[in-house]
Design a protein around this ligand. Structure first.
Ligand SMILES: Cc1ncc(COP(=O)(O)O)c(C=O)c1O
Length: 366
């Protein structure tokens, strides 16, 4: 029998979340952001559910090829553009749209021989200070780009650093609007947090939601997935492979970091940090056993965790353990954001980190 751990991708949830993005964005077109192998879900697994999007946005040329291999003929956007000049050949061949965030990328385009002019997204660094042209340099970049025969349409884009928090988007949006207000072309500014929290201000022509498609709240813990009417797109589940009866004073796991105060039944679940379950999770991290909420106790080891069975006295070897997502037994939910919080991280990291050794079971198309 294979080890009982399994990740499940919920296609219906992906469809629902895409629809949620559409409702927030009204008539804007939607990029489904599928970088990092669709945030760990697998591009091939999510493709059917997300093909209702207007385009797929990603980073990697290999991922762009995978989207084309799946038969997608619509827009594909490279969110960081090309990394070297020869990447432009593949852009021409596959009809990829690409971000231009620096002079070197304009130089590469100027030297590129293509029959088919490229559609580019010119990125402004409006305050995040990662990628993009500073506001005072943006118009010069636009002028240079628009003079190139290799370039067709130019969409104006920026990316928010604080759409999920109190600092908000105003300063960045003001910088973007000040510089671009009289330039022609479409606009794209909103990630998930901006789409949900500032819908009227950031809708523009294209939105770029990622995390919301996968059912994690971009601004947790201020709001949770339920608040935003998002459904989890991934369940990570396993089973109990052993049960131990502890007496007062008995400790559990490496470092004996948890000691039972009285008699305590604990279950040993087949999941560990080698599966992508974060080692930073400590005693108290929520877990579902047979769909009943309980807590992890002790340290996460490479292949196992230990869970308190007090609220589920009927649990035993073979009982279902849900690490995040939806329990198959009773439909109970454990938001990935709550587990991420217990590990001092965000849902993004957990879903991207599910290890290669974990088998995936795609849900049937409903
Ligand atoms: C340029 C750009 N747009 C959109 C996104 C999607 O962001 P989120 O997953 O927060 O919606 C990202 C992700 O980092 C990004 O880099």
């Amino acid at each position: 029998m294979p080890r009982p751990i399994l990740a499940t991708v919920h296609l219906q949830a992906l469809r629902h979340n895409l629809d949620r993005a559409r409702r927030a964005a009204q008539d804007a077109r939607v990029w489904a952001v599928v970088k990092a192998n669709a945030y760990g879900h697998g591009i091939e697994r999510v493709f059917d559910a997300l093909r209702g999007a207007d385009g797929f946005a990603l980073l990697d040329l290999a991922e762009a090829e995978r989207v084309r291999t799946l038969g997608w003929r619509g827009p594909v956007l490279l969110l960081e553009g090309v990394f070297e000049a020869r990447d432009l050949e593949l852009c021409s061949r596959l009809g990829l749209w690409h971000t231009v965030h620096c002079d070197a990328q304009i130089d590469m385009l100027a030297a590129h021989k293509t029959q088919q002019p490229h559609r580019v997204f010119l990125k402004m660094n409006s305050g995040m200070n990662r990628l993009g042209f500073a506001p005072e340099r943006f118009r010069a970049a636009w002028t240079r780009l628009s003079a190139l025969p290799q370039v067709d349409e130019i969409t104006l884009m920026t990316h928010f650093s604080d759409a999920d928090g109190a600092r908000g988007i105003e300063a960045q949006l003001a910088a973007f609007e000040r510089i671009t207000h009289d330039l022609p072309g479409e606009r794209s500014v909103a990630n998930s947090a901006a789409t949900l929290r500032h819908p009227g201000r950031t809708r523009a022509d294209w939105i770029r939601p990622g995390i919301l498609l996968y059912g994690s709240a971009p601004d947790f813990p201020e709001h949770d997935a339920e608040h935003w009417q998002l459904q989890p797109a991934m369940t990570l589940a396993t089973r109990l492979i052993a049960v131990q009866q502890l007496k007062a004073g008995d400790a559990v796991g490496y470092g004996s970091s948890f000691t039972a105060e009285g008699t305590l039944r604990i279950g040993v679940a087949a999941v560990g940090y080698a599966d992508g379950y974060p080692r930073h999770c400590t005693t108290g991290t929520p877990v579902l056993v047979n769909g009943v909420r309980t807590r992890m106790v002790g340290r996460v080891s490479m292949d196992m965790i230990t869970v308190d069975l007090t609220p589920v006295p009927d649990a035993g070897i073979g009982s279902e353990v849900t690490l995040w997502g939806r329990a198959e037994s009773n439909g109970a939910l454990l938001p990935i954001d709550q587990v991420a919080q217990a590990a001092g991280t965000v849902g993004y990291e957990l879903m991207c980190a599910v290890a290669q050794r974990v088998p995936f079971a795609p849900m049937p198309v409903a």
